[in-house]
Design a protein around this ligand. Structure first.
Ligand SMILES: Nc1ncnc2c1ncn2[C@@H]1O[C@H](COP(=O)(O)OP(=O)(O)O)[C@@H](O)[C@H]1O
Ligand SMILES: [Mg+2]
Length: 355
């Protein structure tokens, strides 16, 4: 392969836009990674299939390509809904360009631009700027937390001595270990920003730890359904910070549901994805979902900003801290309301040696 076509291939693989190429018989001859992701298909499976076969539930897709080929004319359609084979619906801008050869259309290039992820990118950019400011104000607050925390821990220790091995020491243990963790976190917040204390972690172990913690502090038994992806590898991250971020989201979910409410935790591995304008081979997606009423409409827009709260006794710091911690790891958190369920989704890149 000459270097021009190697470059073109490299370019195709790494651009944000989803690109598919079809021949004059409407058979797929090329697809880039972004399109595989968007349409939830693998190149191996769909190579050689026709446009009708690739999206059988959306014949409009193939019809538009066929028309462009016949008319030898490019087509652009905005905000087209496409139904995927896995029944998911995506909304895309759809650009079809026939390539002419001796006045015959031989091939057609299809570009799909995912409207959802485009709006997401814009939101993240705004958030990053805001979070620099937010982080500074949090550092001020961290100072204020440090002193009372020492007193709290000391008191719990005295109490533990008084309890002398009774069952109640389970609770003093929680106070002490949580105070230590907070102390650790506060110290880290006061440290120069962006400093991670990285070790190799197993995300399912971290989720279990957070689950046990939240269960211990809630009066009711929690109704939690887990759906874990066993193929997720261990990866490098700051364990304390991850625990804090997930804990903040988990606690919100517990506060949002009623007594017989339900929480779902799902993990998935994501391949070939773009996160905050960076391309990664692997990422992990963690969803914490509840069947509560969802975020009040009035605060949705500023949900991840510090001091935005919808609860009388709330501080409005939980999600803002969680977002900062996850962003330090190169990822982001987003909120979505899907079919009467509240979804908080954490996307974290997994860095491999070659990244
Ligand atoms: N799972 C959820 N369901 C409904 N509302 C939520 C959920 N998570 C967060 N919220 C809303 O977002 C607000 C901000 O959350 P957070 O930043 O953790 O601060 P706090 O919990 O102290 O209010 C909450 O007060 C609540 O109104
Ligand atoms: Mg909270």
């Amino acid at each position: 392969m000459n270097s021009a076509s190697t470059n073109a291939k490299h370019l195709m693989e790494n651009i944000y836009t989803s690109v598919l190429v079809f021949d004059s018989k409407l058979r797929l001859t090329g697809i880039n990674a972004s399109a595989e992701n968007l349409l939830s298909v693998s190149q191996r499976k769909v190579a050689g299939q026709t446009a009708y076969e690739i999206l059988p539930a959306s014949p409009h897709f193939a019809e538009t390509i066929e028309r462009a080929l016949k008319m030898k004319h490019p087509y652009t359609e905005r905000a087209v809904d496409l139904k995927l084979s896995n029944t998911n619906l995506i909304t895309v801008d759809f650009i079809v360009t026939p390539l002419m050869d001796d006045d015959e259309s031989q091939e057609v290039i299809v570009e799909l631009i995912n409207m959802q992820s485009l709006t997401r990118v814009i939101r993240e950019e705004n958030l990053s700027v805001l979070h620099d400011a937010a982080r500074e104000s949090l550092q001020g607050m961290a100072h204020e937390i440090k002193n009372p925390l020492g007193g709290l821990r000391g008191a719990a220790q005295l109490l533990e001595q008084e309890l002398k091995g009774s069952e109640l020491t389970e609770y003093t243990n929680i106070i002490i270990s949580e105070a230590d963790r907070l102390q650790n976190l506060v110290d880290r917040m006061l440290a120069p920003k962006g400093k991670l204390c990285v070790s190799r972690i197993n995300i399912h172990e971290v989720l279990q730890y957070v689950h046990d913690l939240v269960e211990a502090e809630s009066n009711n038994r929690l109704n939690v359904e887990r759906d874990y992806d066993p193929s997720l590898p261990d990866f490098e991250a700051d364990r304390e910070q991850l625990i804090q971020a997930i804990l903040n989201i988990f606690r919100n979910a517990v506060q949002a549901i009623n007594e017989d409410g339900q929480i779902w935790i799902q993990t998935r591995i994501k391949r070939k994805c773009t996160i905050r304008q960076q391309y990664y081979k692997l990422a992990v997606q963690i969803e914490i979902v509840d069947d509560g009423p969802g975020v009040p409409a009035g605060i949705e827009g500023g949900l991840f900003y510090p001091l935005v709260t919808g609860r009388a006794e709330g501080t409005g710091l939980g999600l803002s801290i969680a977002q900062s911690l996850i962003q330090l790891h190169g990822g982001f958190i987003e909120y979505e309301r899907i079919k009467h369920r509240t979804v908080f989704r954490i996307i974290l890149p997994i860095r491999t040696r070659n990244d």
